[in-house]
Design a protein around this ligand. Structure first.
Ligand SMILES: [Zn+2]
Length: 84
């Protein structure tokens, strides 16, 4: 379950959200569905953060997303138990 980064075209608000496959979120700030999706998988950062060391980045992200990681692994366990 990837984390996506969104930027609202309407108000410019930028936020990260865990999104299921075909789910399209609305802006957290103004509820506009007109969002620009900036793909953002855990551990993979776009050019804007390459100045920071990857270890530093991982440390801060793992703190912030600790709960998300737990939820994510629970989700994956359920997913993997399905027979595709
Ligand atoms: Zn907005």
């Amino acid at each position: 379950m990837p984390i996506y980064e969104y930027k609202c075209r309407s108000c410019g608000h930028q936020f990260e959200k865990i999104v299921k496959m075909s789910e399209a979120p609305d802006c957290e700030s103004c509820n506009s569905p007109d969002l620009e999706k900036l793909f953002n998988a855990p551990g993979i950062r776009t050019t804007k953060s390459q100045n920071r060391s990857s270890a530093q980045e991982r440390a801060s992200r793992s703190r912030v997303h600790k709960d998300i990681k737990v939820a994510e692994s629970d989700f994956l366990k359920k997913e993997l138990s399905h027979d595709h």
